[in-house]
Design a protein around this ligand. Structure first.
Ligand SMILES: Nc1ncnc2c1ncn2[C@@H]1O[C@H](COP(=O)(O)OP(=O)(O)O)[C@@H](O)[C@H]1O
Ligand SMILES: [Mg+2]
Length: 223
């Protein structure tokens, strides 16, 4: 269970806080979805949860345990927006093993299987894959590290309709094994797989009640 208590992020250079008193809870094997316009603080929130930035105040817990940024770096798996732009392995195998040369072929196949890429050759270049396959490879790169929480920044950005459907369906399947936090400015069909949903505006998070979880309710909260 991921639990954020009154998380605030206010770098000295900014006149107002970027994140304000964020409270959020995600149960294991659930998908949390944060929806907000550009500049509302979504990426910053994920950077803090991935241990890449330090909150100004507030606490982050996994179960009963409060986590430091170092622990968050270990526990979290962050898939950046347009993750394929950051590929640096020459082959799929190299990409999956970057920083983890000890990972055996069993783990490699398991990770590719989870994202539906098991039929690809490990020696293919990541750049030779289709856009949708590259996005799934980026997921496998994080899953192979067995993160406690998988975080995705705008996972459907730039995908065409059919690749988007495939990715949403894959994320829905992944929650059988993983806990996911997805942030997006374009919720669309991600709402169908979300267990919990929040909107974020100017760094303030607001819960969307399950009973009203639907496009209209979300759109009205976003103003
Ligand atoms: N390190 C930083 N220092 C100052 N301002 C920042 C920093 N990081 C992000 N911002 C600002 O914080 C706000 C939220 O940014 P971001 O988290 O990228 O939003 P989103 O991902 O929702 O588009 C923006 O106004 C952005 O300019
Ligand atoms: Mg962003």
């Amino acid at each position: 269970m991921l639990y954020l208590k009154d998380l605030t992020y206010h770098p000295p250079a900014t006149p107002i806080p970027i994140l304000k008193n964020i409270k959020l809870e995600i149960a294991p094997q659930q998908i949390g979805l944060v929806i907000g316009p550009s500049g509302s603080g979504k990426t910053t929130l994920l950077e803090i949860l991935a241990g890449l930035a330090q909150p100004t105040s507030g606490n982050i817990y996994w179960g009963e345990q409060e986590l430091t940024s170092e622990q968050l770096q270990q526990l979290g798996g962050l898939v950046f927006q347009f993750p394929e732009r950051h590929f640096c392995g020459g082959t799929i195998l190299e990409e999956l093993r970057l920083g983890h040369p000890e990972l055996g072929s069993g783990k490699v196949h398991e990770a590719l299987n989870e994202v539906g890429l098991s039929s690809l050759s490990l020696h293919q270049a990541p750049q030779s894959l289709s856009g949708g396959q590259q996005r799934r490879l980026a997921l496998a790169v994080q899953l192979i590290r067995q993160p406690s929480i998988l975080m995705l920044d705008e996972p459907t950005a730039g995908l065409d309709w059919s690749m988007r459907r495939q990715l949403v369906s894959l994320l829905g399947k992944l929650k059988a094994h993983w806990t996911l936090l997805v942030v997006t400015h374009d919720a669309g069909d991600l709402l169908e797989i979300a267990d919990q949903c929040w909107t974020i505006n100017h760094g303030q998070l607001q819960t969307v009640e399950a009973a009203t979880l639907g496009k209209k309710a979300v759109l009205s909260q976003l103003g």
